[in-house]
Design a protein around this ligand. Structure first.
Ligand code: NAG
Ligand code: NAG
Ligand code: NAG
Length: 224
């Protein structure tokens, strides 16, 4: 009996330690977190409930040259948990510091690796685009199914449809719009916001036939 009981004690202790450590680094309490939206607009409406997830997005916005202007053809980004940075002095500018590092990073640097430089080492998932449920066009997806604390959970994703869009409050020619999206598939969240965007806008014009481009960006994503 004794060795079995001892083993049980060890296992329980190990589970407690890992659950505690996991919670601390990856998933801080968001019950008092408040998303900061510009006051002079009504297009984006913060839900009355606290956010489920607060994420740093690091990645690229992709564009194709259509006529003489660039058109969006999706994006791909790594999503790092920043709930533990909320309520710290670093939180307000984490996307700016991440962009400065991402912008200077040599070709081939993974977007995920940028998180560790700004106190956000924990990868929750990925943002990318898939064919829309209608079969035409592209829909943005936030997908936690393959990595992090929801790995292996097939419904831990959300496919969004845009319901609100404002120009970035500062430098909208450089920084992509702030958005609100409603869930059309998946159980991860019912509403997604993209705010605090840094960079990501394409050049204002292009020469017909020029190749597709990827423009680096960072932002915060709030999932409710
Ligand atoms: C965006 O471009 C990157 C290369 O910069 C590529 O890896 C990615 O698959 C592209 N994604 C989409 C949705 O076009
Ligand atoms: C809203 O306020 C921001 C500053 O917070 C300002 O840059 C922007 O021009 C304002 N937009 C409108 C539509 O008044
Ligand atoms: C799977 O993920 C969904 C969406 O985040 C969540 O509601 C559900 O509780 C998860 N299931 C398990 C077994 O963890």
């Amino acid at each position: 009996m004794f060795p079995v009981r001892l083993l049980t004690v060890f296992l329980s202790a190990a589970v407690l330690v890992s659950a505690h450590a996991h919670r601390k680094v990856a998933d801080c309490d968001t019950s008092t977190s408040v998303m900061d939206l510009p006051a002079n607009q009504t297009a984006l409406v913060a839900p009355a409930t606290p956010p489920l997830f607060i994420l740093l997005g690091v990645g690229v916005q992709n564009y194709t040259c259509s006529g003489t202007t660039f058109a969006s053809i999706g994006a791909v980004a790594s999503l790092m948990d920043i709930s533990c940075l909320d309520h710290t002095p670093e939180f307000a500018t984490v996307q700016t510091r991440a962009f400065e590092i991402w912008d200077r990073a040599p070709a081939g640097t993974s977007a995920t690796s940028i998180g560790a430089h700004v106190g956000a080492p924990h990868l929750d998932g990925f943002h990318y685009f898939v064919t829309s449920p209608s079969g035409t066009g592209l829909s943005p997806k936030w997908d936690f199914t393959s990595t992090g604390r929801f790995a292996g959970n097939a419904t831990a994703f959300v496919l969004g449809a845009k319901v609100g869009d404002i120009l970035a409050p500062t430098d909208p020619a450089t920084n992509i719009d702030w958005l609100e999206l409603t869930a059309v598939e998946g159980d991860l969240a019912s509403t997604v916001f993209r705010i605090d965007t840094v960079n990501g806008q394409p050049p204002t014009s292009c020469v017909a036939g020029s190749p597709d481009i990827s423009v680096k960006y960072t932002s915060k994503y709030y999932l409710y």
